[in-house]
Design a protein around this ligand. Sequence first.
Ligand code: DMJ
Length: 660
Amino acid sequence: MVEQSCTITTVASKLVSATAAGAGQSSTSMSNSLPYSKKDVDYDNAKFRHRSFSKVITQSFLTSNRKRDCFSCSTGKFLLLLLIFGVAYLMLTHTSPGDVVSKDQTIGNRNREGISITNGAGRLKKLWRRAPRLPPRLPPDAKGTNNGIGHATENRDARTMWITRKQKVKDAFIHAWSGYKKYAMGHDELMPLSHHGTDGLGGLGATVVDALDTAMIMGIDEVVAEAGTWIEENLSDRISKKGQVNLFETTIRVLGGLLSAYHLSGGEKGMNITHAGPKPAVYLETAKNLADRLLSAFTASPTAIPFSDVILHDSSGRAAPGGLSSTAEVSTLQLEFNYLSSVSGDQKYSLEAMKVMDHIKTLPKTEGLVPIYISPHSGQFSGENYRLGSRGDSYYEYLLKVWLQSGASRDSNTSYLYDMYKEAMNGVRHLLVRKTIPNGLVFIGELPYGLNGDFSPKMDHLVCFLSGTLALGATKGLTKEQAMKNNMLNFEDLENMKLAEDLAKTCFEMYAVTSTGLAPEIAYFHTEEYSEQDLDGGNKSSEYVNDIIIKPADRHNLLRPETVESLFVLYRITEDPKYREWGWQIFEAFEKYTKVDTGGYCSLDDVTSIPPHKRDKMETFFLGETLKYLYLLFSDSSLIPLDKFVFNTEAHPIPIKLKS
Ligand code: DMJ
């Protein structure tokens, strides 16, 4: 008797304490006895908050160790039966508000607990089988955040979704390659509508080399083997026989593609992500052969500034008609030449390329900004046209990336480049950033006539690269969270980060504002000083239809990468899923309007009209950059991590740590 009353008292006190404890139930004991992750434990703590009284009593009783003692005494048995029937009655007739589970929450519970049972008998069954688990009640704004079940579920579902989307990008790449292979193999570019090849880049099979490392990253061995074999069998021969090529284009697409393929296929104990195609040494030898000829653009010039062109077969440099080189072109060779020196052990490539930067360092600038032309004859800038679009863009990109490539140390002999980069970004923020009316989109305009001339509210799509560069410059490839934790972000970095995010938004809206969902080559922006009537993008439901102006001559789309490039970098750095969503939206528009049934993708003449008129060209950078960045955007961040690689301006990844 003494034993019985003790037992009953213990059960009762346990019931009282369980009721009182409610949400405060110990998570420690639970996590000790069950193989739960921390997320599960948080979830479990939350789910006990809204149990009905009947559930609290039943659950506490069923989980009590004392129940075995109760069964051994007759009073206990009687009370137990009474309790069971009472609880069963309550369960069959009463539905607590806490039992109402939303569809999403039910789905969220399924994997862990089986399908929800909704009838009374089922409820009783459920009660006996396991402790009832109710999801936490979340405020509407907490849905999908880190703290809720929605997020755990979303994580799983989202992961599956991004894997599927990544596969779609891979399918697109295969479709693009199949068109090129069928109609243009060995030519620079595919004309997907007329089913021809074209050789506007000098005839080195630029698409083959530009696409190769994308195929490696996507793991498409068949394409790696086809492209690699073509390179092994044809490229060196072409290099020794072809005529005039542009130094910059050939360096970023062909030399960059070869070097990246060299590293990714295992050269220099590189990544070895593919076993298809030739040995890495083939890529390196071909790269050296090409670079040896490209060096003539430097050696033929009377200054440190190289000529813009090279005749390959006789290794001679040529100035462009008019004599000037583009500033971006002469300053966008260094990542490639530095890496070639590092892996070949021959410093001549790096020495020539870095002379350009050393020289530009000494030239006068406007708050770090430089004119878009430079003379290889005088070594001086020419004109006063300042912009971050064509001919200016990648100068700013390589200031940062060459420093990152060398290890990003403040003491390195490239740290002057980082200083130039920072000064230039201050100049951009001070002189070129404006906001639109009526909705305040941030854009980067131009000063075509220098500091004393009028500001032009014009932005090339090319400028959209800057968003990614700014973010990279702020965190040096780490996530924003890591950089904040390590106290790495100063005020300037934070300002650049903000500009990066604002600019990415504007670049995305340049797509969303058009009828096709694809951006024009150039946009103008409505400001206090500048407006134009009836030149919108055609998507009247866009919030920014009055902010963005698209002139008839600028309405084409060449499948360019800059916006998705920045979305990729921003996603890696901020981990904000909106950048992935924007990238997916852009990809879907490419699929809808630029895919050619017979193979390949085409450019468009006018993104504001539906159906858009098609243009007969698939640029090499669609395979080299646009699809690669989209694929990486939807991939795990450990694939080509931003603190271990720098992407050259044509999206060819180059490892950061150089051999000394
Ligand atoms: C590419 O060749 C490179 O990204 C270059 O820096 C700019 N233009 C194209 C892509 O738009």
